[in-house]
Design a protein around this ligand. Structure first.
Ligand SMILES: [Zn+2]
Length: 455
């Protein structure tokens, strides 16, 4: 097979442009999804292609293609599209040349495992779930992406990737009470088939959570002091705070520009939020973004003070701030936009027990079943445990956490000492560019006067 970088054409025609980047990509995607023992999707898809993006006279041109021949024409086409932008005012921030090879294939390369073996393991996971008397329905998904990517840009950067992303979910649903009660575990990592095997080891956690839900009473809505678990604190960090920190959204909105001025105290001293690589295989660890900028650890909120936004080359230049390495594209069909990588709340020194002791009438809330993010948020939790006089008591179900981002940041009173990170099947879906692999997490987080919706 010809190496991707050998397709890169002569780029003389781009010598007078302000910026360009070219991404060439080969992907082989396998997906297996079962509902009970019925297949919902079994597919193997090959995607080969690339894209050229050009900034010329302040206007952007973007051309995406699925045939790697005649790239000289495609490069000229992107430049001509850029020159047609009337009154373009875009500018970008430059950086140094990078020459990097990233290889992440994991222990068990999915290319060496047959589709039949992948199907059989997905079916086995479903059978294991349904072998539990309390679980009536199983949903199990497996997917791997083998990808090779070459990125070059105007500054001479060359980034070559040879990577495997494996993801999966195992979900059990009980209908024993007449309403669906569900629990799931998910994974999305830059490793091989072992990611799904490790996920199967979490089936007992699903069974335990379903048992717990069957004993739970419905939550009563109201205003409570709550402690949210690491998954829900990660969902809050990503969905509510993280998306609000994305500079492409801020710099077009005068009201948010004012509210989100750097240096503003937005939260209590207890809350610090970071985005960036964590030197792991979790989905958001990208090392370099799709503009060839090194992904940095970016402290967004430091003890409640807003200290950075998330940027692409363009938004960093437009807002006079530094590059953060957050321009990402789902694949070669899209130009990069400002996206998160791994977004998490920083820990403190307090133990979870110490947080619980401080709550006289409240709830410990666990897990996430989706919801809406942004400045006003609502997240559905999986389950709750009442806290009475500093002690965990009985389980509750059917609860939502609702709030305003800024009020909630001010009402965070404490966080615990241990961060757990998560990555999900669906990742992030901003502007329809999903599922983009991201990671999220945090410690346990105590919020005063949180609004809980129940039944
Ligand atoms: Zn998102």
């Amino acid at each position: 097979m010809i190496k991707l970088k050998e397709y890169i054409p002569d780029l003389k025609v781009l010598s007078d442009v302000e910026y360009y980047d070219i991404r060439l990509e080969r992907r082989f995607i396998t997906t297996v999804i079962y509902h009970n023992d019925e297949p919902r999707e079994i597919s193997e898809v090959v995607q080969n292609g690339g894209c050229v993006r050009v900034l010329f006279n302040g206007g952007w041109g973007f051309s995406s293609f699925t045939n790697l021949d005649n790239l000289t024409d495609k490069v000229s086409e992107a430049k001509s599209l850029a020159s047609n932008v009337f009154n373009g005012r875009s500018k970008i921030l430059s950086d140094d040349k990078k020459d990097v090879k990233i290889t992440r294939l994991g222990d068990k390369n999915p290319a060496d495992i047959s589709l039949a073996d992948k199907i059989s393991l997905v079916k086995e996971a479903g059978n294991r779930l349904r072998a539990n008397d309390n679980i009536d329905i199983s949903n199990v998904g497996y997917s791997d992406v083998l990808r090779q990517v070459v990125l070059i840009n105007k500054f001479g950067t060359l980034i070559e990737r040879d990577e495997v992303l494996t993801r999966g979910f195992v979900k059990g649903i009980s209908m024993k009470t007449g309403e669906p009660l569900s629990s799931s575990r998910q994974a999305n990592c830059w490793r091989g088939f072992e990611v799904f095997e490790e996920l199967m080891d979490k089936i007992p956690e699903v069974e335990e959570e379903i048992d717990y839900l069957l004993k739970a009473e419905n939550a009563k809505g109201g205003c409570y002091d709550v402690i949210i678990d690491p998954l829900l604190s990660g969902v809050f960090a990503h969905e509510s705070f993280g998306h609000t920190s994305e500079a492409d959204f801020i710099y077009k909105d005068d009201r948010m520009k004012e509210i989100l001025k750097l240096g503003r105290k937005l939260g209590s001293d207890a809350i610090s939020i970071v985005d960036g690589p964590i030197n792991s295989d979790i989905a958001g660890d990208i090392q370099y973004d799709d503009e060839g900028v090194k992904a940095e650890e970016t402290v967004l909120l430091d003890k409640g003070v807003l200290v950075n936004h998330l940027h692409s080359r363009e938004t960093a230049k437009m807002m006079g701030e530094k590059l953060t390495g957050n321009a990402r594209a789902l694949n070669f069909y899209y130009p990069p936009i400002v996206r998160m990588t791994n977004t998490y709340i920083k820990p403190s020194k307090a133990k979870l027990d110490e947080l619980i002791k401080e709550v006289s009438d409240g709830l410990l809330i666990k897990g996430s079943q989706g919801g809406m993010g942004g400045e006003m948020f609502t997240f559905s939790a999986v389950l709750g445990i009442k806290i009475e006089d500093g002690k965990l008591t009985s389980p509750v179900k059917n609860l939502t956490l609702t709030g305003n981002l800024f009020t909630t940041l001010r009402n965070i009173k404490a966080v615990s000492d241990e961060v757990k990170m998560f990555s999900s099947w669906l990742g992030c879906g901003k502007n329809e560019q999903g599922p983009l692999p991201v990671g999220l997490g945090g410690p346990y987080v105590m919020i005063k006067d949180a609004l809980i919706g129940g039944r």
